[in-house]
Design a protein around this ligand. Structure first.
Ligand SMILES: [Zn+2]
Length: 682
C-alpha cells in the first residue's frame, strides 16, 4: 500500500519508525560488502611498483631469468599468507643461436641488415627470432607477398610473378598467424620468409612463435611423461618447413623500396600504414637477399605459479584467474601489466581475508609460463587436470596484456555477459571524471551490435580452458594494439610514458577482474544467464543462413537452438524461484547445488570428443579459430572451414552439412546439460 502522508498519525508513525531505523543502522552499521571493501583498497602506486619489479630484467621462458620471476610471484603470494605452489613442466622450447641477413642491391652495393631492435636491449634480451623456425640458409631474389594470403598469391600470379626460390617479405596482419603466413609461402616454394610489422616502433622487431596449435609439441593432448620424437609427423607437422625471421619495419622498407619490374597492386600500395607511396615493385629482385638462421630446440623447465584461497562452503568448485608471466623481452605490457594486476588482486584478497571474508567457492590465481611459445604452461596444466577442471571449474578469467593504451575490450562466453555488464557499471572509468567504465565502453561501442566479443581467437591462455576443456571464460584488456609489441621497447618506461602514466587503467582492470571473481566465487547461485547464449546462437544461425544458401538445410540447427532457448528459459525461471524460496528459508541447499552444477556444466556440452577437423585438440564446436584465417565467420569453426573451402571452389556441401549436424548435436547436449534430466521420461 502506498502511503499518502496526509494523515497526521501516519506521519508521526513514519517519523518515529524512520528515526528508529536510523538509530538501528547507527548501532549496527553493516560491514562493507567484500565488493566495496575490495574497490576501496585500490592503489595505483602499488600496481606501478609491482610492474617495476616484474620488468627489471627480461624473463623469457626456459632461460635463466625465468625462475627468478616465478619466485618473485611465489614469494609475493606467500608473504600475503596465501598458500602457493610452483608446478613445473618440461617442454620443447626453441631458441636462436645465430642469424644473419644481407641485401645485395642492383647498384652492386650490399648491406648487412640489423637483426636486433635498434639499441634498446641489454644483452639478456633474446635477439629477434621466430620460435620453432627450422634452421637454414637461403640466397634468393627478394619478393613481396603482402600479407601472404591466398588472394595475395592470386594477385601476384595474375601479374606473372614467380615466388618459388625467393626470399620473401611478408607484412603481419589481416588475422594471419605467423605459422599460416610461413606455411602458405612454403607451399609455394618460397625459400625463406622475413616478416615485418607496420605501425610499431620503427626499429623494433616483433618476436613470436611460428608453431601451429598450442601446448608442448611433444605431448599433444597430455601433460608430459610419454613424448613423441621430434621427427614424428604429429610434431614436425606443427613447424613450418622453411626458415623465417622477423625484421624491423625500417629494414623491410629499405628492401621494398628497391624492388621493381612488376607493379604493386594499387590496393597494396595504398594500404601501407605509414602512408608510404614509394613502393612500386614486388620483385622478384633485382635485390638479392642472403639469409641464415640457426636455432635449437631444447627440452626446458617451465614454471606455473599458483595461489589458492580455499572456499568455505564449496571448496571443490573453482574460480580461476590467470595471466602468463613469461615475456619475449621485459614484458611491461605483454604480459606483466596483467601480472601486476594479479599480484594486486592477491594483496587485496588477502586484506579481505584479514577482515573475516571467506569466499564460498575456491579461488585459484594462476601465473603461467611459456605462453609466448604457444600457451604451453596453461595447456599442459589443463591437460593434466582435465577431468577435475571439467567437473569442478566454474569459470576462467584471463588477463594477458592488461594495459596497452586507452579503451576497454571485453571478450567472453555469452552466459557471462550480464555479469560483466553489471560489474562494468560498478568500476570507475580510468580516463574520465566521475564516470563508470560501462558508460565509456558503451559509448565507444555505440552502434556495435555485439559489444562483448567472443573467444574464437587462439592467442592467449583462455584457449585451453574454453576451446579444450569447455570452461566459461573471459578475456579483457585496455587498448587495442601497441607499437612495442614483442620488441625490446616493451618496458616499464614505455608504460610510464605512453601506456598508462598514472596506472589508472591498471586500477580499473584490477577492479573488474576482482569484482567478477568475487561474484563468481560468492554468489549463492552462479551469475550465469544462458538466455544471452541462446540469443547469440540464434544470431549465428541467421548469419549462416545468408552464407550457405538454399541447398543446405539449417533445420537441425534451428531445432537445437529452439530446444536450447527453452532450456535457458526454464533455467531462468528456476533461478528466480530458487531465490524466492531461499528468502523464505525453505530447504534449498541441494537444489542450489544441482542448479549450479547444471549452469557450470552446460558449456561442456559444446565440446565434441572428435574435435575440429584437422585440429582435433580443439574440442569446442561454437568457439575456435577457423582452419584458415580468411574464413568469414567467427563461430562454428568446423562449419567455417567448409564455407571457406567452398569459396575456394571445393565441393564442400557434404562436409558443411555434417558440421552443421555436429554443431546441432553439441547445442542439444548443452540444452540437456542445462536441464539435467535424462531423455527418457518416467
Ligand atoms: Zn601475452
Amino acid at each position: 500500500m502506498a502511503f499518502s502522508g496526509k494523515h497526521p498519525t501516519c506521519t508521526l508513525l513514519l517519523l518515529l519508525s524512520l528515526s528508529l531505523l536510523s538509530l538501528h543502522t547507527l548501532l549496527h552499521r553493516p560491514l562493507p560488502s567484500p565488493a566495496s571493501a575490495f574497490l576501496s583498497s585500490a592503489s595505483n602506486s602499488t600496481l606501478s611498483a609491482y610492474l617495476r619489479r616484474l620488468t627489471l630484467r627480461p624473463h623469457l621462458a626456459g632461460t635463466p631469468l625465468s625462475l627468478p620471476s616465478a619466485l618473485l610471484v611465489h614469494s609475493h603470494f606467500l608473504s600475503l599468507g596465501l598458500p602457493s605452489q610452483i608446478t613445473n613442466f618440461s617442454a620443447l622450447l626453441s631458441f636462436p643461436s645465430l642469424s644473419s641477413l644481407s641485401a645485395h642491391f642492383p647498384n652492386s652495393s650490399s648491406a648487412a641488415l640489423l637483426l636486433h631492435d635498434g639499441g634498446a636491449a641489454d644483452a639478456a634480451v633474446v635477439p629477434p627470432y621466430h620460435a620453432y623456425s627450422p634452421s637454414g640458409s637461403a640466397y634468393g631474389a627478394a619478393v613481396f607477398l603482402n600479407y601472404g594470403r591466398e588472394r595475395d598469391y592470386a594477385a601476384l600470379a595474375a601479374r606473372g610473378v614467380e615466388v618459388a626460390g625467393c626470399v620473401a617479405l611478408v607484412r603481419r596482419g589481416m588475422g594471419m598467424s605467423r605459422h599460416e603466413a610461413v606455411a602458405n609461402a612454403a607451399a609455394r616454394g618460397v625459400a625463406a620468409v622475413l616478416m615485418f610489422t607496420e605501425g610499431g616502433v620503427r626499429e623494433g622487431v616483433e618476436r613470436g612463435t611460428v608453431m601451429r596449435g598450442v601446448g608442448d609439441p611433444l605431448s599433444p593432448g597430455w601433460a608430459g611423461g610419454e613424448r613423441l620424437g621430434v621427427d614424428d609427423p604429429r610434431v614436425a607437422g606443427r613447424f613450418p618447413a622453411i626458415p623465417s625471421m622477423p625484421v624491423s619495419e625500417s629494414a623491410a622498407e629499405g628492401i621494398l623500396a628497391t624492388l621493381d619490374r612488376e607493379r604493386m597492386p594499387s590496393e597494396w600500395r595504398e594500404s601501407f600504414q605509414s602512408g608510404e607511396r614509394r613502393f612500386w615493385g614486388v620483385g622478384p629482385g633485382p635485390t638479392m637477399l642472403n639469409f641464415t638462421y640457426k636455432g635449437e630446440q631444447v627440452m626446458s623447465t617451465i614454471h606455473n605459479v599458483f595461489a589458492v584461497i580455499k572456499g568455505s562452503e564449496e571448496a571443490d568448485r573453482y574460480v580461476l584467474l590467470g595471466n602468463h608471466r613469461d615475456a619475449w623481452t621485459y614484458g611491461a605490457v605483454d604480459p606483466n601489466s596483467g601480472t601486476a594486476a594479479l599480484l594486486d588482486i592477491a594483496r587485496r584478497f588477502a586484506l579481505l581475508l584479514r577482515s573475516g571474508w571467506r569466499p564460498r567457492r575456491t579461488i585459484v590465481l594462476c601465473s603461467w609460463d611459456a605462453e609466448e611459445f604457444g600457451m604451453i604452461g596453461s595447456t599442459e596444466w589443463v591437460e593434466q587436470n582435465l577431468l577435475n577442471l571439467g567437473s569442478k571449474a566454474v569459470a576462467y578469467f584471463n588477463v594477458d596484456c592488461a594495459v596497452q593504451g586507452p579503451g576497454l575490450f571485453v571478450s567472453a562466453t555469452p552466459q557471462l555477459d550480464d555479469l560483466l555488464v553489471e560489474v562494468l557499471k560498478q568500476v570507475k572509468d580510468p580516463d574520465s571524471e566521475n564516470a563508470y567504465v560501462y558508460e565509456q565502453w558503451a559509448a565507444a561501442n555505440r552502434g556495435v551490435k555485439q559489444k562483448i566479443q567472443r573467444l574464437s581467437r587462439v592467442d592467449s591462455d583462455f584457449a585451453p580452458f574454453l576451446q579444450h576443456a569447455g570452461i566459461a571464460s573471459v578475456d579483457l584488456y585496455f587498448g587495442l594494439d601497441f607499437p612495442v609489441y614483442h620488441t625490446a621497447f616493451d618496458s616499464y618506461d614505455w608504460m610510464v610514458n605512453f601506456g598508462d602514466p598514472l596506472f589508472h587503467r591498471h586500477v580499473t582492470v584490477t577492479g573488474i577482474w576482482g569484482l567478477v571473481a568475487l561474484r563468481l566465487a560468492d554468489d549463492p547461485i552462479l551469475p550465469f544467464n544462458y538466455l544471452s547464449y541462446a540469443a547469440e546462437l540464434q544470431e549465428y544461425k541467421n548469419a549462416l543462413n545468408a552464407l550457405v544458401g538454399e541447398s543446405i538445410s539449417l533445420d537441425p540447427l534451428a531445432a537445437a537452438i529452439e530446444d536450447f532457448t527453452t532450456a535457458a528459459y526454464e533455467a531462468d525461471g528456476e533461478i528466480k524461484k530458487l531465490k524466492v524460496d531461499e528468502n523464505t528459508n525453505r530447504l534449498t541447499l541441494l537444489r542450489r547445488r544441482s542448479l549450479n552444477d547444471r549452469l557450470m556444466l552446460t558449456e561442456r556440452g559444446f565440446l565434441d570428443p572428435e574435435g575440429l577437423p584437422g585440429r582435433e585438440w580443439f574440442k569446442h564446436l561454437i568457439y575456435g579459430a577457423g582452419g584458415d584465417s580468411e574464413s568469414k565467420i567467427e563461430f562454428f569453426p568446423g562449419v567455417s572451414d567448409g564455407i571457406s573451402g567452398k569459396r575456394k571452389g571445393g565441393d564442400e556441401e557434404a562436409k558443411i552439412r555434417h558440421e552443421i549436424w555436429r554443431v546441432s548435436r553439441a547445442i542439444q547436449r548443452a540444452a540437456s546439460a542445462l536441464r539435467g534430466g535424462l531423455t527418457s521420461k518416467w
